[in-house]
Design a protein around this ligand. Structure first.
Ligand SMILES: *Cc1c(COP(=O)(O)O)cnc(C)c1O
Length: 367
């Protein structure tokens, strides 16, 4: 049995900030938050060591970390994270969406990166604690929410290459609006770079995957695109996913299709939720390999009608076109959302905002 499940969960010490942001300043920041630039007053920190297990759980003022220059995360990148949101409910109150799924995936990421196992209850409790103390930071506006970033870093002061024996689990939060400024995005199909190989870390939410994807994202920008699409690393033929979002297409037989989880794709909770909601609403859904050449031909022939990206940050974002060296695949008018894409987005966001019946019990009410 691992240490994390052996030890009892630590109690949280709550140390409210002595310098809270005043209400007027906060409201001004909440009016139009730039994604990932505005932060709340507090953070959660929990420590781990092989001897003590998880301990020293704190809700405290958000402040810079003091970390030794030999801390192992700075050299060998044992780092994993999650991305989730707290929403204001239409009926009043604040909730997160499927936090146990994030907690489960965090454990899976930790296992892949040989990091400490964090109990799911501790993960969910840490997030709840931060949302409770910073509840005033959850914005009210349409499409706005409080983005939550739980993450773990290795903290051994040691330059040897081995799994660390000390870790920090931290949760920070930032009020956000839409990730994309609106309309359909254009997506560059990377031919030069791949994101993940069989046996690699593609299914783990680790910072290293992002570090490796940034050059491809720059290549996409250089080609006038907003985002990058990665193909499988073996044949460079099958669609995998985008830098930080999963991808779905609508076929002309009214079937929603998306690549299967083969170990090289991040198992998105938005992806899983949309597949469930679509199937429940009577749509056909298929998890099948999608050949990029077939998708380009299918966009031209009308076989593929709509395309969209999905993830916590992007929610559901229509894809107007895929672009590669030999041309473009355009979906719909290339600018606006397709009908089914819009319907799926509405189904998901209605559920998250408490506007529709939560049959699955996905809404986790905090306040
Ligand atoms: C986080 C992430 C996603 C989306 O996952 P959600 O759980 O839906 O937010 C997709 N792809 C990558 C690479 C990611 O890091």
């Amino acid at each position: 049995m691992d240490v994390a499940s052996r030890t009892s969960l630590p109690n949280f010490t709550i140390e409210p900030t002595t310098t809270p942001t005043d209400a007027a300043t906060r409201e001004a920041l909440l009016a139009k938050p730039v994604f990932g630039r505005v932060f709340t007053d507090h953070m959660v920190v929990v420590r781990y060591s092989d001897e003590k297990g998880w301990h020293d759980a704190k809700v405290t003022a958000r402040r810079p970390l003091s970390i030794d220059p030999a801390a192992s995360v700075l050299h060998y990148a044992q780092e994993i994270f999650e991305g989730m949101k707290a929403y204001r409910l239409e009926t009043g109150g604040i909730a997160t969406f499927r936090p146990e799924a994030n907690a489960r995936r965090f454990r899976d990421s930790a296992a892949r990166m040989a990091m400490a196992d964090l109990p799911e209850e501790l993960f969910v409790e840490a997030v709840d604690q931060l949302v409770r103390i910073d509840a005033d930071w959850v914005p009210h506006g349409e499409g706005q929410s409080l983005y939550l970033r739980p993450f773990m870093i290795s903290d051994d002061v040691f330059l040897g290459v081995k799994p660390a024996s000390e870790y920090l689990f931290i949760v920070i939060a930032c009020p956000v609006g839409a990730y994309f400024s609106g309309g359909a995005v254009s997506v560059w199909v990377s031919e030069a770079y791949t994101r993940a190989a069989p046996g690699g870390t593609g299914a783990a939410k680790c910072g290293g995957n992002y570090a490796a994807s940034l050059v491809a994202q720059s290549e996409a920008k250089a080609h006038g695109c907003d985002q990058v699409l990665f193909l499988d690393s073996r044949e460079r033929r099958f669609i995998e996913e985008m830098g930080g979002m999963n991808v779905m297409l609508l076929r002309d037989d009214d079937t929603l299709v998306t690549p299967p989880l083969t170990g090289t794709i991040l198992p998105g909770i938005t992806r899983a939720s949309i597949l469930t909601l679509a199937a429940e609403s009577g749509m056909k859904v298929e998890e099948v390999p999608l050949d990029i050449n077939e998708v380009f031909e299918g966009a031209a022939s009308g076989r593929y009608r709509e395309a969209f990206a999905c993830g916590t940050a992007a929610v559901v974002t229509p894809i107007g076109r895929f672009r590669r060296t030999e041309g473009e695949a355009v979906f719909g008018d290339g600018k606006t959302s397709g009908q089914v894409t819009l319907k799926l987005k509405t189904m998901l966001t209605d559920l998250q905002a408490g506007r529709s019946n939560d049959a699955q019990g996905w809404v986790h009410r905090i306040l």
